[in-house]
Write a protein that binds this ligand. Sequence first.
Ligand SMILES: Nc1ncnc2c1ncn2[C@@H]1O[C@H](COP(=O)(O)OP(=O)(O)OP(=O)(O)O)[C@@H](O)[C@H]1O
Ligand SMILES: [Mg+2]
Length: 229
Amino acid sequence: MFNQKGGCGKTMLSMQLAASFGLRGHRTLLVDMDKQGTSTIWAGQSEDEHPYPATVISLAPLREKLIGEISRHAAENDLILIDCPPAIESSIPWAALNVSDLALIPVIPVMDNVWASREAKELARRAMSENPDLQTYCVPMNYRRGNVFKVGTELLEADTEIPLIDQGLQQRNAYGESQMYGTSVHGLSKSSAATKEVEELSRVVLAKLGIEDVKKGAKPRATKRKEVA
Ligand SMILES: Nc1ncnc2c1ncn2[C@@H]1O[C@H](COP(=O)(O)OP(=O)(O)OP(=O)(O)O)[C@@H](O)[C@H]1O
Ligand SMILES: [Mg+2]
């Protein structure tokens, strides 16, 4: 998950997807490469009896040495997600792109975010020319109905080289609420609109990686904590 734009949803996307993969039974590691440490702090909010359903570690101080360190974690994990800091000049996104099979650029489909995504896409294009395994997609984040978001989405859809995944995460209270409890939206309700859209995106991402569910037709187990009205 990378984009130089701050606040576009890198951490939200990382945390919701890692939880979904973990609940599906995949051994999942989320590597927090942002020195703000938001993912690490978020997972640390969970109660002992309802742990966040994936392992979250901070390797931010390693910067580009991430490349060597990731391989040490590969054997004991099925999926490793990397939450990058909001900087493109930093060596971290480049290092992450070099060791990844899939890069996701979360973009809020409003004009300034769409314009800013060009820089992230340029970095991805360079990385894809050096790392032939790498696929890159944009993911629409934090959007609502309305003309501004519609136009922003259409602009992102027009790029055929780095396509927009048509399943995104809409602006919903459940996302912020899941942070408060150190969980993902699954931990609040297994049937909310937020959980359904995370699950749909999770299926799309796993399909792009060619990863099957651990058990065929497996549904994620809810770490039931609290129902949202
Ligand atoms: N789909 C959503 N619905 C509601 N709020 C959201 C959604 N996605 C993200 N947010 C909120 O938007 C803010 C920014 O999200 P997030 O921290 O994931 O962005 P980021 O790209 O990781 O930011 P940074 O660049 O600082 O690392 C947070 O307060 C988060 O809770
Ligand atoms: Mg972040």
